[in-house]
Design a protein around this ligand. Structure first.
Ligand code: ATP
Ligand code: MG
Length: 605
């Protein structure tokens, strides 16, 4: 399975049957309204024909003073003259009502379908594992999320509706043409047919341009998101110009694409008009002859020409509807490509639920790679006893974070196994696995909301007492007392209004309140100064009590507290033991690291 989303057309864009099957369950709950909408579209389409048809009795009877004979009935001039104004008002009223119903139903069903698609898509997005987010740009994902469901669902209903309306519009008008003169009708319809051929020819070119527009759109969104997230770096390195140029280039490209589309499409309409004018000229030419020779009344002719003129729009719409239908399927293809993604990390059928750790965690011959054939962990073995604190140290990029990221199954390993109490974590129910792990990252992410809300993410049901307890233990109380709204202070998107150290302490409080038996601290105190670290270290000691702990740190104080130290270099476990044991290895990696990195910190303690 491929996790990478295609930038433009998905592989399924032209499997119409498959896509209809897929969208059907989303349409089904609203079928009543959708069908009603389609039914309303029929009279709406026919209305144009009625107007054109009415011109004949109006001109021949009301203006020329004859009675109107239709289907055996005779209607007098004065009756018609009174009835027609009323008919116009009634007609407008009916048309208005139908249009309103039609628009309402189209919008209602379109939005409903689009919303349920979005809800499902969002659910899918949250179910996908980190790898998906590693390899797809935010721009592409956002377009997939915001634009495609709208295009797909709104278009599909609108297109079917317009299709019905135009088909009935065309049928009605053609009936009026035939009613007035079948000879003229043949000329008119033939010319109309010629006039719309350019529409069918040009469709392919339009598609190519709209795909390119989409890629640029995605790039722009990514650029925009990066400008947001990387705002400080942009400012610090004076990258504004670079970002601006990038954006200007993209917007220019978008302009060129739009204009090239206009150039390709813009000439179509005038040409169609031109061909149509030839048609009307021909009709006039022949029609004049019919009127003069008494084979046709003036009213018939007026009605005919009006029908022909009115026919232009639905015929053109029909062409557009077909193009719309195509883009609907393209959007549907993209939506369902996302739907069809199967998370790499998912529960096995008979996944077991765990509660707590009884004995040990084992890494057995673990091989892991992010990218194919670039192993990051190589035959990694490690046995961790319950209640033990193990420190991971080693060179940057050696694989420490990777090792701990494998425990909650952010990624799955390539071979070997990771076991909790002898059970492979791939056989454990993912939710229960993650429930047993508290994670504090180096770069802690807070959600927009209050500090309280962020802490409660560790345990939704926590009591006031539990909250104030962890606030104290994470040494947040002093900081919170300086805030006007205390724990209910809003932290902004990503927690932007807090300092790195404050964010880290909120994250520690979040991990504490979760009170999971396994604790992972990946550089959890790196953003703190020595003094705060000493304080938070005490907090962490609380967090670590009676827990099985993995701690990655660059500070000796944290490492000193560990029962054992594992040195990981280039994805391999090179040394394992207590501080004393490792220091005793002559020319050892740890000793080297210690001499280089930790020794100077001893004076701080
Ligand atoms: N999401 C990812 N996709 C691809 N490669 C990655 C990803 N994350 C990490 N790597 C690569 O895996 C290797 C190990 O990275 P890891 O983050 O585990 O190192 P680390 O030991 O934690 O380093 P540091 O001390 O700098 O945090 C690095 O070569 C890194 O480039
Ligand atoms: Mg790391």
């Amino acid at each position: 399975m491929e996790y990478k989303l295609k930038e433009t057309i998905s592989k399924d864009a032209f499997r119409y049957g498959y896509l209809v099957n897929k969208i059907f369950p989303f349409l089904k709950p609203h079928m009543g309204r959708i069908i009603l909408n389609m039914i309303v579209a029929v009279p709406l389409g026919l209305l144009d024909g009625v107007v054109a048809f009415a011109l004949k009795p109006y001109m021949d009877c009301v203006i020329n003073g004859k009675s109107w004979v239709i289907g055996g009935f005779t209607i007098e001039q004065n009756v018609l003259a009174t009835a027609i104004p009323f008919a116009i008002v009634t007609f407008a009223l009916i048309q208005g009502l139908l249009k309103y119903t039609n628009n309402y139903l189209t919008d209602w069903t379109g939005n409903k379908v689009s919303n349920s698609l979005k809800v499902e898509l969002f659910r899918k997005l949250t179910s996908l594992d980190p790898k998906f987010y590693d390899i797809n740009s935010s721009g592409i994902v956002l377009t997939r999320f915001f634009t495609d469901p709208e295009t797909a669902s709104k278009n599909i209903i609108n297109t079917i509706k317009t299709f019905i309306m135009t088909v009935f519009g065309i049928l009605g008008l053609v009936a009026v043409l035939l009613f007035n003169s079948w000879k003229l009708a043949i000329i008119g319809v033939t010319v109309m047919g010629i006039a719309i051929t350019p529409v069918t020819l040009i469709r392919k070119r339009i598609k190519k341009v709209s795909n390119a527009t989409m890629v640029v759109g995605g790039d722009m969104t990514t650029n925009f998101n990066e400008t947001f997230a990387g705002n400080k770096i942009m400012t610090a390195y004076n990258l504004q110009k670079l970002q601006n140029n990038k954006f200007e280039k993209q917007i220019k490209e978008q302009f060129n694409l739009t204009i090239s589309l206009t150039k390709r499409v813009g000439w179509m309409s005038p040409i169609m008009y031109f061909i149509c004018s030839i048609g009307i000229a021909l009709v006039m030419f022949y029609g004049n002859h019919l009127i003069i020779s008494g084979q046709m009344t003036a009213g018939s002719f007026a009605s005919f020409v009006t029908s022909l003129l009115l026919l232009y729009k639905p015929v053109k719409d029909l062409g557009r509807t077909l193009t719309d239908l195509q883009s609907t399927f393209v959007a549907l293809g993209r939506v369902f490509e996302l739907f069809d993604l199967i998370p790499y990390i998912k529960n096995k059928e008979n996944a077991v639920k765990i509660s707590g750790l009884q004995n040990s965690i084992d890494f057995e011959h673990v091989w892991f790679e992010y990218e194919k054939d670039l192993p990051v962990l190589k035959d990694f073995n490690l046995h961790i006893q319950k209640g033990e604190t193990i420190a991971l140290v080693g060179n940057s990029g050696g694989g420490k974070s990777t090792t701990v990221n494998l425990l909650p199954r952010f990624y799955d390993i390539k071979s070997g196994s990771i076991k909790f109490d002898g059970v492979d974590i791939r056989d454990i129910d993912i939710e229960s696995l993650r429930n047993n792990i508290s994670f504090v990252f180096q770069d802690n992410f807070l959600f927009s909301g209050t500090i309280r809300e962020n802490i409660l993410m560790g345990k939704e049901t926590a009591t006031e007492d539990e909250i104030s307890n962890v606030v104290k233990m994470a040494h947040l109380d002093e900081f919170l007392s300086t805030l006007e709204k205390g724990i209910d202070t809003y932290v902004g998107e990503r927690g932007a209004s807090l300092s790195g150290g404050q964010r880290q302490r909120v994250a520690i409080a979040r991990a504490m309140i979760k009170n999971a038996p396994i604790v992972i601290l990946d550089e959890a105190t790196s953003a703190l100064d020595n003094e705060s670290e000493a304080i938070v270290q005490k907090a962490l000691d609380n967090l670590m009590q009676n827990k099985t702990v993995f701690v990655i740190a660059h500070r000796l104080s944290t490492i000193n507290n560990a029962d054992r130290i594992a040195v990981i270099n280039e994805g391999e476990l090179v040394e394992l033991g207590t501080h004393e044991q490792l220091m005793a290895i002559p020319d050892g990696n740890y000793k080297h690291l210690y001499d280089m990195q930790f020794k100077n910190q001893e004076t701080d303690l």
